[in-house]
Every structure is written in C-alpha cells, then in structure tokens.
Design a protein around this ligand. Sequence first.
Ligand code: NAD
Length: 302
Amino acid sequence: MEKVLYGKPLAALIRARIKELIAEHGLAPRMRLIQTGNDPAASYYVQNIVSSGAKLGCEVQLASLPANVGQAELLSLIAAANADPQTHGIMLQKPLPRQIDDALAGAGIDPAKDIDCLNPVNLGRILLGEDSLLPATALAVLCTLGHYRVPVAGRHVVIIGRSAIVGKPLANMLLWKKPWANASVTVCHSRSANLEELTRGADILVAALGQAEFVQPEMIKNNCVLIDVGINEQKRADGKPGYVGDIDYNACYGKALAITPVPGGIGSVTTSLLFLNLLKAALAAQGINKTVDDFLDFIFKE
Ligand code: NAD
C-alpha cells in the first residue's frame, strides 16, 4: 500500500470511465446546479463543477440565486428541473441560506435526479443496503480505500462527524455486505464523551468534522489509515489563502500507515463521482440501470 493516498490518479481513472460511457451510449448529460448566495468556498466548488463538466462533455446549467431567495422560489426551480426531461441531475450547492429548510429542499428533488443524495428516498436506500445515487464524498472515501487496496472488510472504521451528507451515509455504506465494505463502524460526533479513546481504536479513521487539523497523533494508534474529508480555509505563511484538512497531516504522518492529503485527496475524487452519478441518472432515464459495482468495477474488483 502506498503511504500517501493521492486523489488525482483515481479521479483521472473515473473521468476516463465517464468519457468512455458517454461515447458508448451517445449521451448528452445535463446537470442543473443551483447555488444560493455567494459563499466563497461554495463558489469555488461550483466553478470547479462547471469547468469539470465542460472538460467531460457534460452540460452544467448554473442557476445563481440571491442569498435572500425564498423557499417557494427555490422549490419551484427544483420542480422545473424535475419536470425537464433534458435535465438528468440536480445538484443543490450547500450551504443553503438560513430561511431555507434543507430537508424540504432535498425532499423536493426527484430521487431519480438526486445526484448529491439529498432526498430521503436515496438516503433510505443506503440504510437498506440498496444501490441508489450515492453521496459523492462518502463514495469517494470508499473508492480511495478500494483503489489503494486498503483492507476494509472486518476492520474497525471510526468516523468523526455525523452529517447527513458525509458521516451517516458513509457509516451505512461501510456496513454494506460487499467485499469492499463489511466494516465494523463507530461514528463519533461533537457530544462523544470519550472521543480520543474511540479514535485510538480505529484501524481506519475518517475525519469529517470541519475543524482544521483537529486530529492529533495522540488520537490515533500506530499504523492507522487516515482519511481526511475536511476542507478548511487557512492562510498560508505567505498570507495567501490555503486549505488544510481535519487531520494534522505533518504531525500524524509518521504514525500513520497511510494518509490522504488536503488538498489533493478525497476532494479531488468527489467531483468526478458527482459526474458519475449524473451519468448513472442519464442512463437510468434511458432504461439502462447500472449499479455502483458496474460503474466502478475497475476499483472494486476483488
Ligand atoms: P457538518 O458541519 O454538517 O458536520 C460536522 C459533523 O462533525 C457534525 O456531525 C458534528 O457533530 C461533528 N463535529 C463537529 N465538531 C466536532 C468535534 N469537536 N468533535 C467531534 N465531532 C465534531 O459538516 P460536513 O458537511 O459533514 O463536512 C465536514 C467537513 O468535510 C468540512 O470540512 C467540509 O468542508 C468537508 N467536506 C468535504 C467534501 C469533499 O469532497 N472532500 C465534501 C463535503 C464536505
């Protein structure tokens, strides 16, 4: 196993598969990307999705709504995208403004077009171990582990963070009866009383809490695999903006068996998987239903 689990080589493989599928099926995938307000991190991610779409041959239609958009206006935009047969996937960029009910907005997206997995139907399918449109970040973690041949089955995976978009779906996917999952899972959160005791028991530690360099060497055991989902803005020494993860990379590197960098780790894989979901939805619209294993057989082969 390599020590640094880079995301870019894996993302390149996923992008190649996407291009192959588009050519094979003559698809013209189209995504409706909805941004509310102008949060800088969200804008950065949105621009990344738009430019990735252009490179992959997927159309990304961006709707930029003001931060004071009302619930009804947002829901009607989502409903229009649901009804448009040329739109295969809908992505609602978070964070949503305070006046918007996240759950209502997610529930408004047609489950068949819900490429970021916000609809309770898709989240429920994950709980039941059924294939669905899977949340790209959680899938990125599993793909990274699979690609770098990190043994997961039977191992103890500890996740810090219980959000509906990362921690909870990832925990449930890790429990799937698949050769690339089958883990024992502990989920920790802000009210976990004995956090360090729990994280020290991890064979694989996933940090998804959104706190810069939170995980320190005393919180991990020797030869633990460290997966960093966090993306936190932090000024570099030269005053320029930079990003760090939820794990103190330099401090934990020596103790870890393997570690994902930030940037250049999980985040690099996530965007390509969002487009894979778009393709999955576009194919399903043509009556071609492929499972995650069909799409990612080159990663999840035994
Ligand atoms: P969130 O704020 O919705 O959830 C954070 C979770 O962490 C909560 O469940 C909370 O209980 C837990 N938490 C917070 N402080 C804690 C503490 N001190 N101890 C233990 N648990 C604590 O965040 P999210 O949307 O799940 O995102 C988490 C991180 O992942 C953020 O840094 C975000 O930017 C990043 N992210 C990365 C990607 C990617 O593609 N790499 C995608 C989505 C989110």
